[in-house]
Design a protein around this ligand. Structure first.
Ligand code: GLY
Length: 595
């Protein structure tokens, strides 16, 4: 299966049309759309790995084929993604890893942290007003202390089987020998104005005339190869101290126009955290497990799914992959309620107390049944937050801000262990800072802009603080939703899935669950089905995917409809009667490899 399918996937990577969207409560698409690639889905019996680039999936495949565990494959996939999908994730960013060992789930939190010196004025101008978002992103100010290597190492130490160093072989070889620039990477480079302002990034990603390397160009990355060799030999600590760390600190603090505050002590002190996954029963058939805060993903997604379940208005949805107007009405109303709660309550749990003392209060049946009563025949357009119990939270709702970027990896190994890992440097090419690890060689790895996931505004006009405001050492709120689904009856794993796409991650993951497990589409068709959502603003429909009568029916119910690119990048692996069936999003370049 593998070689033929991978070759096919590579051959059909086709034309690109960057189409950034920027509007209130409409997911920004900083990586842009890059064309549609029809994909058949991949069936196998023993193991599977789904990732955003064929070379990354192949690296994971090689590890699984060699008897590696799911987390071993995740390390190999992430290292290759750092090289071949540099716009989305990498060792300069952060990640959440949900791991199933056949008995229990671990939630490894590798989210970036704010430097100790950061405070709520981080993204304010001298007059106290928030910086323009784009200006905040570029430079050292937005860079959080990376967590990707330490979180992978923590998960590998607990669940790995193959030696750590072996997992870097594919990425180091590809960095040394070069990889072929994909249409999607070319489109992202072509569409990015700010990356060119970073001298070493401009020299690496663009030709001497300033043109982005074309699709098909072979790009070597000697600096990344050198950094990965050190990490392979010495572990993640070599990234958090010594020349690699000194180089990172210097680039962040010495940025000429927008310096940041990261110190060597911030890097040395970074800790990946082991948290408890939140598991939520759904439809009395499934247990859906996801990441707790600092991610808002699972809480919001499961609020939506449960609110739909508790809403009597819903007529049966169509099983052909196109949602009915009635379903879209209820879904988007539920989403408004969920995003209102997300804005009001969710922040880093080491700094923010959950409402009613427990994050699961936001998923309590009594609370959600009460909230579902707010879903009527006409759209609310903007929903208010709720209070799921006492003590009440007294946070000010966070205003809408752009979010984007990210990559998702799903893996099932031959022993039934599974990973759902969502990984990010935030926006496309992160902070646009390319670090060479102090090697002086061309290339390197990109530093994240994760701190712009914090609220720029720290309090409302009444002085109530925002839960997700900047504080030293804090982790910014995320939308990443790595998800593992189990059958309630026998406890077996049913699916591993997740998506990139900023706040849209929540909708893309929810839609895939609904379309596969509720409507009965195979997971490839579920992923391909039209995207929709609302972030507590307009009703968002994937451009060109919904018939006019559907749009008219929504408008008749009071919806403000906005047709836009909703560039999901879902990867998913689903159990079948004979093994596993994997799907990768036709909107991006991902594939599934397995046996
Ligand atoms: N930066 C994307 C996310 O964490 O949701």
């Amino acid at each position: 299966m593998r070689a033929g399918r991978l070759a096919c996937a590579l051959a059909v990577l086709a034309g690109c049309a960057a189409a950034p969207v920027s509007d209130t409560r409409i997911p920004t698409q900083p990586e842009g759309a890059s064309g549609w690639i029809d994909k058949p889905g991949w069936a196998g019996t023993r193991f599977a790995v789904a990732a955003a680039h064929p070379l990354a999936a192949d690296a994971g495949y090689q590890v699984l084929k060699a008897g590696g565990a799911a987390i071993d494959a995740a390390v190999a996939v992430q290292m290759v993604l750092t090289l071949v999908e540099p716009q989305s994730s990498g060792i300069g960013g952060g990640a959440f890893i949900l791991h199933w060992d056949g008995t229990s789930i671990d939630a490894f939190d590798g989210r970036e942290t704010a430097p100790a010196a950061a405070d709520e004025r981080l993204f304010l101008r001298a007059d106290g007003t928030p910086m323009p978002f784009g200006d905040a992103v570029v430079g050292g100010r937005s860079v959080g202390v990376p967590g990707t290597l330490r979180v992978l190492q923590a998960a590998h130490r607990r669940h790995g089987r193959l030696p750590w160093a072996q997992l870097f072989a594919s990425a180091i070889r590809l960095a040394d020998e070069g990889f072929v620039v994909s249409p999607r990477l070319h489109a992202a480079l072509a569409g990015d104005r700010r990356l060119r302002e970073s001298p070493n990034a401009a020299a690496f990603f663009y030709d001497p005339e300033g043109r982005p390397w074309p699709a098909g160009h072979r790009l070597k990355n000697p600096a990344l190869a050198a950094v990965l060799r050190q990490v392979a030999d010495s572990g993640a600590d070599v990234f958090h101290g010594g020349p690699i760390a000194e180089d990172l600190v210097r680039r962040v603090r010495a940025h000429p126009t927008n310096p940041g505050q990261i110190t060597g002590a911030d890097l040395a002190g970074y800790e990946a955290k082991l948290r408890s996954a939140i598991c939520t029963d759904w439809r009395a058939i499934y247990r859906v497990c996801g990441f707790p805060p600092p991610s808002s993903g699972h809480l919001a997604m499961m609020q939506i799914l449960k609110l739909i379940e508790y809403t009597p208005l819903l007529s049966p949805t169509r099983a052909d992959g196109e949602a009915s107007p009635d379903f879209l009405h209820v879904y988007t109303e539920a989403a408004r309620l969920a995003f209102a709660d997300r804005a009001a309550h969710v922040g880093d749990p080491d700094f923010v107390s959950p409402p009613a003392g427990d994050w699961s209060s936001l998923l309590a049946e009594g609370y959600l049944r009460e909230r579902a009563r707010l879903i009527g025949a006409r759209s609310q357009r903007v929903a208010p937050p709720g209070q799921p119990g006492t003590p009440h939270s007294a946070w000010a709702p966070m205003a809408w801000q752009p979010e984007g970027g990210t990559s998702h990896i799903s893996i099932v190994d031959a022993d039934g262990r599974a990973v759902a890992m969502t990984t990010t440097i935030e926006g496309a090419f992160g902070s646009k800072l390319l670090a060479d690890g102090g090697t002086g060689l061309p290339g390197g790895y990109l530093l994240n802009n994760e701190l712009t996931d914090f609220s720029f505004i720290s309090a409302d006009t009444q002085g109530r603080p925002v839960a997700n405001r900047v504080q030293g050492g804090k982790r910014p709120r995320s939308s990443m939703s790595p998800t593992l689904v189990f059958d309630l009856r026998d406890g077996r794993l049913v699916m591993s899935l997740g998506s990139p796409g900023g706040a849209g991650i929540i909708h893309y993951t929810a839609k895939t669950l609904i379309a596969s497990l509720d409507w009965g589409l195979d997971v490839q068709r579920a992923i391909a089905s039209p995207n929709f959502g609302s972030n507590n603003g307009p009703t968002l429909l994937e451009r060109g995917r919904f018939a006019q009568p559907v749009i008219d029916a929504l408008k008749a119910r009071g919806h403000l409809v906005n047709e836009t690119d909703l560039t999901s990048g879902v990867q998913a692996i689903q159990r079948t009667a004979t093994g596993w069936f994997g799907g990768a999003d036709p909107r991006r370049e991902g594939v599934v490899a397995g046996e």
